[in-house]
Every structure is written in structure tokens, then in C-alpha cells.
Design a protein around this ligand. Sequence first.
Ligand SMILES: [Fe+2]
Ligand SMILES: [Zn+2]
Length: 375
Amino acid sequence: MAQKTDNQRTAIEAYNENAMAYRSPYERWKEAEGLPTIRGLSVPSLIDVELTQWASRGGSGVFVNLMGTDGFNDTYICEIPPGKSLNPIKHIYEETVFIIKGRGATSVWLDGGEKQTFEWGERSYFAMPPNANYQHHNGSGTEPARYVAMTAAPRVIDTFKSLEFVFNNPFVFEDRFDGKAGYFTQADAPNANGGWTTNFIADVDTSSKIADVKGGNEGRGAGSIGTGFNMVNSTVRSHASSWPVGTYKKAHRHGPGIHIVLLRGEGYSLMWKEGEDVQKVPWKPGTMFVPPEMWFHQHFNTGAEPCLFLAIGWGSEKPKAGGGAYVYKSVKEGGDQIEYEDEDPQIHKDFEAAVAASGAECGMGGIHPFCSFNP
Ligand SMILES: [Fe+2]
Ligand SMILES: [Zn+2]
């Protein structure tokens, strides 16, 4: 199977150039904030990617517009200096926050209302209700705290074209946040479907293990398990997914903007548009990438421990009405998933070689027809 060719590289470069040539209201807002934008297929490490002083927020940051988000959503990475708080802010667009490192607290309040403050640490995950005021505080006097946030800023800023409307708007979204105390307390247990309906997750890793989620992701193969997160009565789709050593999930495709953040494990993902060259994204804890709209993508665990990722976004059902009905259905039945037996055989060969190189063994005997370890 072909890896990245000159042709494909040119397509990605062309995408980046086009995105920068048209300076939309959102692009102009980012420029005014004085931060650079990372583009391309992935961010190799959220943990040590370089950040720039961000005067308006009182910390440092960088914007991320990965190929495949196409103006649908974005992310930014932000660091709060030791012993400091960022400046308070509110905006009508939605935002979810995942803590990459450090510990601290966030205060949230409605205009003229009571402040409530909750604490967070590494791998905490929460959402800022649209148009609530909030302020992040670093809880350490010596270490910076770093987070990655996924937002709807591109869509919202480009639609209304008024920063005053987006960042200084009196409207209260009462169905999202009523200012009641305890709003950001984690639910005691997952909901009946094995997902979490809560406005705060203390640790994505722990929460994804608690949830009784076997079967939630079974259709994707390889014994993968997962749980979903529904926060601030939102339209955002977030889920965590884990799968065992020596295995990989089935290829599938859907809409744009799902940001995958690796929390545990090592491996790679293959991503390709039907009929075009395959792109390989290597990953480790801290890598983030987005499978572009309707590109097949497939995630491979080649390391010595189970993988865990958090997927944050909107839009997976965008390309087709009722898109959710297709993502676990074989392409042979009009769906968007490639069953193991329909794979390019080279995919499994390459995987077995990669697993062997890291000292583990392919664990797909019995579930994959091309496996060398089949009985
Ligand atoms: Fe996916
Ligand atoms: Zn195998």
C-alpha cells in the first residue's frame, strides 16, 4: 500500500495555502489575537508543542486548524503560568476543555450571578456552557497547567462576523446553564446506556474504565470498549475508546471535525480518501489528529499496553442524513465500515511487522482472516 506520495503532499500543501489565502472573519480574529495556527494532518505532541505569549488571555497558546475540520470546528492549546489565572472570558460558541497537564480550578458565572468554582487535574474533561463567564486558575505555584480546547469558533465567528456579538452578548442560554451550585459535580455513575451525562469528568481514563461499556463499541472489532460524554446539554459528540495490545479496529468513515487525542498507548492510524493514497499518522500519548470528512481511518495499537483516546467534536453524521446508522455497517451493505475480511491484505502484514518490532505479538488470531496466528 502506497505511503505519502508527492501528489498527496501537494494536496495537503494546497489545502493549507487555500485556507490561508482566504482570510475569513475567524482567520482575522486569530491574527488579531497574535497567535500562530498549526495546520496539517496532526499535532505530534500537545504536551510539548511550542506556545506563544497570548496577551488577551494572560497565558500562552497556539491555534490548531487541522485538515478535515474545514471550518467546522477548531482547537487551541493554552498554558496557564504557575501561580496565575487567565483573564475571564465569555463567548456564545461552545467549548470543551481537556487538561493535558497540571492542576487548577475554573470559576464559572452568569452576568450578575454567583460564581461557582470547581477543581481539575490531569485528564479532567469539561465543557464551558455557551456564553457563561469563566476563568481558569493554575493551582500550582511552580508548574504550568496546559489544556486543549475544542470550539465552534470558526463556524460562529464566520457566521456572525461580529466579535462584539460573539464575545460580548447578553443572551443567556437557559437550557444549558442556569448558574445553580453543583453544576460541575461529576455524576455518580454512567447513564443506562453506559455513557456519562455530566458536566465534569475528573479523569477520562478512570471514567472510561468505570462505565459498563462492553458492547458499546463492539461493532468496531478487536474487543474495543468505549464510553460517551454528554456535557452541558450539548450537541458536541465526545467519546473515549480503548482497545487491547496487538489489535486494531476496523476502518470506517464519517463527517469532519472529530479531534482524536491519544491518552495512552503507541501506534499509528491510516487515513485515506477512497481511491487515493494512504496517509500514516504515527501517535503516542499527546498526539492529536482529525480524520478528514469521509476519509476512511483505522487505528492500530502496536505498543505494549492498551490504547486509550478521547474523541471530541461535532459533525460525524454530517455527510449523510442519519449518518450514525452507517458507521458500523459494512460498505458492502451501503455502510461506511470496512470489515476485516475486505481489507487490503497489506494492512495486516504491515501491522504484524510493526507489532513485532515493538516486541509484542499480533493478538488478532481468531478474529482476523489474514492473521498469521490463526489456529
Ligand atoms: Fe472515526
Ligand atoms: Zn495478525
